[in-house]
Write a protein that binds this ligand. Sequence first.
Ligand code: BDR
Ligand code: CA
Length: 402
Amino acid sequence: MEEQAQVSRRRFVTSTFAAAALAGFANQASAANPEGRPSREQPKAGETTPRAIGGGSISRVIIDTDPGIDDAFALLLALRSPELTIEAITPVAGNVPLEFTLPNALRMVEIAERTDIPVAAGASAPLVRRLVTATYAHGENGLGGAVFPEPHTKPVSMPAAEMIREVIRKYPNQVTLITIGPLTNVAVALSLDPEIAHLARGLVMMGGSLSGGNITPAAEFNIYVDPEAARIVFQSGIPITMVGLDVTRKTALTEEHVRRLEAAKNPVSQAAAIIGRNAVTRNRAQGYVIGPNMHDSLAMAAFLDPSILKFQDYYIDVETSGELTAGETLGYSPVAGDLRRRPDKEKDLAAMNMPIRGSAPTLASVKTSPVLRDKFVPNTKVAVDVDSDKFFELLIGRLSGR
Ligand code: BDR
Ligand code: CA
């Protein structure tokens, strides 16, 4: 049954949105170009406060996740953050298969005594690729070998993509997607209902990198697993905040952090301590001199307190066809001098008007323009610097209950 459903879902997605993406969807201004969206305020180049991020009175979020050691920390952080209204948690296959990420998410809501939050099962495989997992980092069970009881709570019957769609439609301009796994669920939701890109308040992702990958030299894991999905998301018009390896690599869980978690006696802190202790030990055994990166909880923290990070406007797109580079996120920014022009100027006005180009058309595809955008249009606020101490104060402080 599930296999059949999956096949038809993949067929649907492949034949619609994903196929469009693969066939040069980038050249269509409609879905991606914020200039064609009069209803949404336009971001300004160089702006440093992400529009996608909270700060208003209502912070409704959906957390899309593949737990995952650092996902577990991110979930527990969110579950201990009173300013968030978590409308749904939508597990996806990624670090480990869905048969582990789903119960791991259910375990986290049980540990935090938040079984009121619906958990909706997501995609068990990427849109058009076979699943590549990260058991080398997260262990076979996704929690680095830390063992928790089987959850009693069941997922809701609605699939993740439908849940994402329904919640965003129910609360127009109020819901932020926080994505800390491969973007398959979100891409399926967008393919079912592209308008939600303009009804969501924004999307804060852990994903991507402008400074090299962690699973290949080019690609960060979440984008590598499902680059076609990531491309759909980046081109959808949803305001994106990207918290990538450029900053998450600067966060390392230490022995001292784990001790603080162990010392606090609440169930969330104790669970985080078990996962953290295992992760630190495992990391050391693998020969790393610094502790495991807290990728996903940094993305969560970016939503809770944007002052932890510095942001820069970029146009981001995703490589989907490179044999060695699929999943790479490419960033264009005239402010950062990435268009190879006079980086001495604070903002290069000439570069603002340069086209954003893809690779040159081949003889077989003369109709495909290499120009993705006529001039620079930002679609993402990329985190470029982090105050790691401030981040860990928030993370460990909330988990340990202070
Ligand atoms: C990302 O990949 C996963 O392994 C982590 O959970 C995180 O979301 C880091 O590249
Ligand atoms: Ca993750």
